[in-house]
Ligand binder design. Sequence first.
Ligand code: F6R
Length: 237
Amino acid sequence: MRLIICENYNEISKKSAEIVAAQILLKPNCTLGLATGSSPVGMYENLTAMNLDFSEVTTFNLDEYYPINKKNDQSYYYFMNQHLYSKVNLSPEKIHIPNGSAADPQEECLAYDKAIEENGGIDLQVLGIGQNGHIGFNEPAETLLAGTHITKLTQNTIEANSRFFKKIEDVPTQALTMGIAPIMKAKTILLIANGKSKAPAIKALMHGIIDPKIPATLLSCHPNTIVIVDKEAASLL
Ligand code: F6R
């Protein structure tokens, strides 16, 4: 695992955008696994200012709340449209994000895995990390699931995400999330984290133990993971 400690969030954003840009330049028809949340906002800002050609790029997002309509401004589709899709020349048919209004969520999850598989997997997977160590919405548990699945969000995640909502009761309690398998099969993983609240999860990740109750710790088995953090997130290392 390669650890890069940055001065601040701006530096994290610049460096992570450069890594995504390098992937696109090296392989114009690459597949990106993408994350939402506050961590990658600056990365998208830098990336969309680079004038890259996204016309052959395929994207698969990690997760989406369930149920939620994609027009809802709290949906991850809305987030992605605002920060990336509307700003670059991605082909609409190459954009994938779990459908938060699918009538049959199980069927949606199976179809999502099939699409990732048929696409040949993910070249570069961008990840944030939950305060509780979740990746995607693979929440701490006794056992973790390989495939895309519907999951209940933990109280910790609901509280952490309530900052984006008017009141905590508005935070959806379920999500559709990519499982561990496509994340671990990605050729490169880029995890970004900033702020003190992420320090315990980053400490666990860098500690070399594997604990499904801190799902990100699985990444220490991945051969090509880059972790980019600021000084605060690295403060317990
Ligand atoms: C988002 C996702 C989540 C977030 C994590 C951190 O697509 O999969 O795992 O990356 O909850 O969220 P922020 O960046 O808002 O702290």
